[in-house]
Design a protein. Structure first.
Length: 347
């Protein structure tokens, strides 16, 4: 039996999964704000970026290189496109895994026009050899090319047009120190506050031409896991239900029916979240248990648990990370309807 058959649930679409899915690309592009003033939330980042962009334009210089990091779905790609638009510059988009050869990066860098933006998503997955090619490009706007092999090899330095690199990553710790130090701006995108998520939902409902009741917007925001991408995805699913089972208007009753169909509860937990916590409580007495053991028990990869499920469960206070492993909190017991855990006597 293949691994795929052993864990069929892992291939199902997860509506509260912040990682981008192909069927959401059109939605995301349509709903993305195009200007900094339209970007909701992340106020400190917006303020600092606004000043830096204005200063760069005043000096007729490209913006210093920018590194954006944070959980999936918080707006790193959107901000990159907004920066390019605010700088009135073109943008070239690629990702760390897509740059397999030195020639791939060299071709992109040599074709950048003056002031253009190069956006590299998942920059922490760059090949180390390719990463080293970036160092002189970021500091000196030059590209070192090696011609020939062995003793006859020689290096030619080719000048590049001044450009701005914007890197995005979910794992800042995986970036090497020399690469991190070459970014003039480093911004951490935080999870959004519920009022900001509501603003995003109201704005996007207008773009989608879907009438939206305030109570329904509040219900969606409370289940969006403080992540705009998930809010957009929930809004789209609920709009489908409203179009088929209602008049097209998104009401609180329609939203509640859609949440029931999607298996999303009042805290934004879905079936996978509840399975993780239930397994932790039923099989491991609430923990602590090692991440590898927990991953094997629920049939998920350790990296998936650590980057997708854990951040929100930790934010909500349903999960603890201890030196000995993961542990369910009393709040998780109450939410899932389990008896409160007995206090353990220390030996």
């Amino acid at each position: 039996m293949t691994e795929e058959n052993q864990n069929p649930e892992s291939n199902e679409e997860r509506v509260v999964e912040p990682a981008e899915q192909s069927d959401e690309l059109i939605l995301d592009v349509t709903l993305r704000p195009r200007e900094l003033q339209d970007f909701v939330g992340q106020e400190q980042i917006k303020q600092n970026l606004g000043i830096s962009i204005a200063a760069a334009q005043k000096r007729s210089e490209p913006l210093e290189h920018v590194l954006l990091y944070g959980n999936p779905g918080l707006g790193k790609t959107t901000l990159a496109h907004i920066i390019a638009r605010e700088m009135q510059a073109g943008i070239k988009v690629t990702s760390g895994p897509a740059l397999e050869k030195i020639g791939d990066l060299a071709a992109i860098l040599s074709n950048l026009q003056e002031g253009e933006v190069l956006f590299i998503d998942e920059i922490h997955r760059l090949n180390k050899t390719i990463e080293e090619i970036l160092y002189p490009a970021l500091e000196d706007y030059s590209l070192d090319i090696i011609l020939g092999k062995g003793p006859a090899a020689r290096t030619i330095r080719m000048p590049l047009n001044r450009f701005t690199l914007i890197g995005a990553t979910t794992k800042l710790s995986l970036l090497s120190g020399p690469l991190r130090d070459r970014f003039g701006h480093t911004y951490h995108l935080n999870f959004y506050e519920t009022p900001d998520i509501e603003k995003i939902i109201h704005r996007n409902a207008q773009i989608l031409q879907s009438p939206l009741e305030p109570d329904a917007a509040a219900a969606i925001a409370s289940r969006a896991r403080r992540t705009p991408r998930i809010a957009n995805r929930l809004l789209k699913r609920i709009r489908d239900v409203a179009d088929i089972k209602g008049t097209g208007a998104i009401t609180k009753n329609i939203a509640s029916e859609a949440f029931g169909m999607l298996g999303v509860d009042e805290f934004g937990l879905d079936e996978i979240d509840r399975r993780l916590l239930t397994t932790l409580i039923e099989k491991f007495q609430g923990g602590p248990v090692g991440l590898n053991t927990l991953a094997a028990a629920i049939g998920e990869e350790m990296d998936t648990i650590e980057t997708v499920y854990e951040p929100f469960l930790l934010q909500m206070g349903f999960l603890e990370r201890t030196a000995r492993g993961r542990k369910a909190t009393p709040a998780a017991y109450r939410h899932l309807g389990f008896p409160a855990p007995q206090a353990q006597t220390l030996l």
